[in-house]
Design a binder for this molecule. Structure first.
Ligand SMILES: Cc1ncc(COP(=O)(O)O)c(C=O)c1O
Length: 366
């Protein structure tokens, strides 16, 4: 069998969730498990957090139905709400909660007669300029929805464009707009993503929405005490399947991007862009071989990548290789660091791991 697996540490997931809660003891934290739990398996993550998290957040009704069909009975919020009016029947029968960001969704909700009123998070655009009502139109919609028999509880929801950034001016602009609206409406709030949960108590609301931090990735430009305690949940792991010695100057891989700067030993690892490993990874991208840091050497291929193991003489066929996560000797290679070498973010690496890398779950069961 091909040795590539994505090991998922459910104890680490629970640990990270508790860290999110400890940042914001006055808030409830909805665990964001959209995009198949950021690539970790949404149902397994929900099951692992079922005793701790009061609710889960997903992007769409298909993701919510997967959780319900898997036996998750918690409230599940659809962060983008319905995509067509007829989804309201499913929302009603499964007891989902919905974000409402557009007039057509308001109209559909006002025209509906659900068996049970639906909890709604009214999404306002405080500066992200993606989804949501403009700040100056939100109060009227809020009042309309408050009076609607189809609506149960109402929350005000918004999303930050740059809560992770060292430069916090735009975050504070968004916050000021939201505070004005929230005090006018006396609205319970749900604002904070992972970076705001970690760094901005002023944004903590009735609910927070941590996502990527639950999976052990540090979303902040500048790490803090809490982010240093995050534990990696996914370890993308494989093995060396071939080794060769190369003379100085010999090229490796497509277009010979890497050339041996000395006589070198090159390991071929069973993992490539056909598994979701980023093809943009630069030479030098760290890889752990037997728990020791080595460097990617040459372009990533579809099924394989190549690593310079000249300084790890014990590297052999079958040696353990960690592309990110925790090696058997405890050494951690963070997905954030790998992402920097790929000019991307941890989110794309984690959600990009393909089913070809089977998920293997670890951690005490709930
Ligand atoms: C609306 C919304 N809320 C919360 C989150 C979670 O964000 P993060 O993963 O940065 O914590 C996301 C993620 O994209 C989102 O789109």
């Amino acid at each position: 069998m091909r040795p590539l697996v994505a090991d998922i540490d459910l104890d680490a997931l629970r640990h990270n969730y508790q860290l999110a809660c400890s940042c914001a003891p006055q808030s409830r934290s909805v665990a964001v498990i959209k995009a198949d739990g950021y690539g970790h398996g949404a149902l397994a993550c929900a099951q692992a957090l079922a005793n701790q998290a009061p609710a889960f957040a997903v992007a769409c009704i298909e993701e919510a139905l997967t959780l319900r069909q898997g036996g998750i009975t918690h409230p599940i919020i659809l962060l983008e709400g319905i995509f067509s009016a007829d989804e309201l029947a499913l929302v009603d029968s499964h007891g989902f909660w919905i974000a409402v960001h557009s007039q057509w969704q308001v109209d559909a909700l006002l025209a509906a007669s659900p068996k049970k009123p639906i909890p709604v998070w009214l999404k306002v655009d405080s500066g992200m300029h993606r989804l949501g009502f403009a700040i100056d139109e939100a109060a009227a919609i809020w009042r309309q929805l408050s009076a609607a028999p189809s609506v149960a509880s109402l929350h005000l929801m918004s999303h930050f464009a740059s809560a992770d950034s060292r430069d916090n001016r735009y975050f504070h602009q968004q916050m000021a707009r939201l505070q004005g609206l929230a005090s006018e409406l006396d609205a319970p709030l749900c604002l904070a993503n992972s970076p705001a949960t970690l760094a901005w108590p002023v944004a903590h609301g009735d609910w927070n929405r941590p996502g990527v931090m639950l999976y052990g990735s540090d979303p902040l430009e500048v790490a803090n005490d809490i982010t240093q305690q995050l534990q990696p949940v996914m370890t993308l792991r494989s093995e060396i399947i071939a080794l060769r010695e190369l003379d100085e100057g010999e090229p490796v891989g497509y277009s010979g991007r890497w050339r041996a700067p000395r006589r070198s030993r090159i390991a071929v690892v069973a993992c490539g862009y056909g598994d979701g490993y980023d093809r943009h990874a630069r030479d030098g991208t760290p890889v752990l071989v037997n728990g020791q840091r080595c460097a990617l050497a040459g372009k990533v291929s579809m099924d394989m990548l190549t690593v310079d193991v000249t300084d790890v003489p014990e590297a052999a066929i079958g040696s353990d290789v960690v592309l990110w996560g925790r090696a058997s000797n405890g050494e951690v290679l963070s997905v954030d660091e790998v992402a920097r070498y790929c000019d991307t973010i941890s989110y794309t690496l984690l959600t990009g791991v393909l089913p070809r890398a089977p998920r293997r779950y670890h951690g005490r069961s709930v």
